[in-house]
Design a protein around this ligand. Structure first.
Ligand code: COA
Length: 325
């Protein structure tokens, strides 16, 4: 049998501080009613000074505990993030040091915005399938509260902070990742981006822009539905799956209306699509591993189930992963 990678542990960490829609009403010209009906979000978690590496480290500990492994057992660490604390070192190197992982293992970040976790999972899966690693830790972490313009009601109501992680183990069994499909189209970068994270050098005249997220909401919405719908179809075709073969779809949690549009296109019932967007908002790279953790904890995924993960993010980037639990 060919080598595959299987998720043997999931972890999550979200900051304690809850920012509700009512809290946002005090900050910008918005209402709980508008946010709820347009997005499905009721509240989100926001850091109170915690750094990205802290969130990632806590989620990693939780995943390792779930897998019954120690940090030293990990042979590869891939972190999906676009809000690293430093330009370098990578968040992965910081997590490696924090957790006391084995010196010398490959540890690096992958930047694909809200598709970051599926990109990181894709990379780790390919390492494991090729035999280059047997055990990998894959983390999705983002702290978008640091790149929000808290005076822009069109964006600041949508995002939250958090981290999720999984441990992957090489297997020859039936379970595991069946296929992974990642894509990008840089022509659309201006639909969703941050203007810059670096200050201008003394040799340039221009002022460095403020690094706040900018988004064309309606265009992004349409592309998210189109690309995620396409990725799901691609993944289903590859594995010869009918909608009824899929036990649970875990989509990126960006907007409940995007999730519903995908659901309607595919003809998949409510009970087979997971959502926790009401409690976390869009946590970017962390969204899918947080949802996966909660789905497993809630008993929504059983051994042998086919699960489909699908994401979309700035870049644009998008992707889908099919796995047998
Ligand atoms: N509270 C109250 N009103 C708001 C608001 C807020 N937080 N944000 C925008 N509005 C207003 C707009 O100013 C506009 O007012 P106008 O008609 O007087 O000009 C009105 O609400 C409608 O705005 P519109 O942008 O058309 O709303 P929408 O139904 O398209 O919803 C988004 C806006 C952002 C929720 C939606 O486009 C979306 O979810 N897009 C995708 C975003 C996303 O998921 N990005 C991340 C992808 S990984």
């Amino acid at each position: 049998m060919t080598l595959k990678s299987r998720i043997i542990g999931c972890g999550l960490y979200v900051p304690e501080r809850v920012l509700t829609n009512r809290d946002l009403e005090e900050m910008v010209d918005t209402s709980d009613e508008w946010i709820t009906t347009r997005t499905g979000i009721k509240e989100r978690r926001i850091v109170s000074g915690e750094r990205t590496v802290e969130l990632a480290t806590r989620a990693s500990r939780s995943a390792l505990r779930g897998a019954g492994l120690k940090a030293r057992d990990v042979e590869l660490l891939v972190v999906g993030t676009v809000t690293a604390d430093n330009v370098f070192p990578s968040t992965a190197c910081l997590v490696q040091a924090e957790l006391g992982m084995r010196p010398g293992i490959p540890a690096f970040d992958v930047a694909a915005a809200c598709s970051g976790f599926l990109y990181a999972l894709d990379v780790a899966d390919r390492y494991i399938k090729s035999g280059a690693a047997r055990t990998a830790l894959v983390v999705g972490v983002d702290v978008f509260s640091r790149i929000m313009d808290w005076q822009d009601r069109a964006t600041c109501v949508l995002f939250g902070d958090g981290a999720g992680a999984v441990v992957l183990r090489q297997t020859r069994g039936k379970g595991g990742i069946l296929s992974s499909h990642i894509h990008s189209d840089g022509r659309y970068w201006e639909m969703l981006y941050t203007p810059g994270a670096l200050t201008g050098s003394p040799f340039e005249r221009r002022n460095s822009p403020r690094p706040y997220l900018k988004m064309k909401g309606n265009e992004t919405f349409r592309m998210a539905v189109k690309t995620m719908g396409g990725a799901i179809k691609e993944a289903m075709r590859k594995n010869r799956l009918r909608p009824e073969d899929i036990a649970l779809v875990i989509p990126h949690q960006a907007n409940i209306r995007i999730i519903n549009a995908i659901k309607d296109r595919l003809g998949i019932g409510n009970t087979r699509v997971f959502s926790n967007i009401d409690r976390y908002g869009n946590t970017s790279s962390a969204s899918i591993p947080i949802a996966l953790y909660e789905a497993v904890e809630a008993g929504r995924i059983k051994r042998g189930d086919v699960v489909l993960l699908v994401a979309f993010g700035g870049g644009f980037t998008w992707g889908a992963t099919v796995l047998r639990w």
